[in-house]
Design a protein around this ligand. Structure first.
Ligand SMILES: [Cu+2]
Length: 143
């Protein structure tokens, strides 16, 4: 029972490491105009305007194609960097997604979350069990 709980905890920790962000396309603008994410995070754009828009990177990258009202587009920012993008239908609509910390420059890779996180997930319950054990000993001595 305890081992399956630890396994689930490790799986949850791995799943939440990639965050989800949203950008609203509203009144001919991207909100927020600058979004900060970490490599591996997902961003979903939703067009709330009655007219179609696109999410298109200035440089080679990604292009949502035409998004009608209510349509969404999701992109995963696997690599660090600053991604300037615009609407190809309305070129004055401009915004940025900044992936990773700008000062760290190229490829400051996040620490591998596989084995270290599962290790800490295993050690945390062990500490709790030890603390509970110590408490039981202290209670026994009081009685
Ligand atoms: Cu547009």
């Amino acid at each position: 029972m305890r081992f399956s709980t630890v396994t689930i905890l490790a799986a949850v920790l791995a799943a939440v490491s990639a965050a989800q962000f949203t950008v609203d396309i509203k009144n001919f603008s991207f909100v927020p105009a600058t979004l900060n994410v970490q490599p591996g995070d997902n961003v979903t754009w939703t067009n709330s305007d009655a007219v179609a828009h696109t999410v298109t990177t200035d440089a080679a990258g990604f292009d949502s194609g035409s998004l009608a009202q209510g349509k969404t587009y999701t992109h995963t920012f696997a690599a660090a960097g600053t991604y300037a993008y615009h609407c190809s239908i309305h070129p004055t609509m401009k915004a940025n997604v900044v992936s990773g910390t700008p000062t760290s420059g190229t490829g400051a890779a996040p620490s591998p979350s596989g084995k270290p996180s599962s290790g800490s997930a295993l050690s945390a319950p062990a500490k709790v069990i030890m603390a509970v054990g110590a408490g039981a000993v202290a209670l026994t001595q009081l009685l």
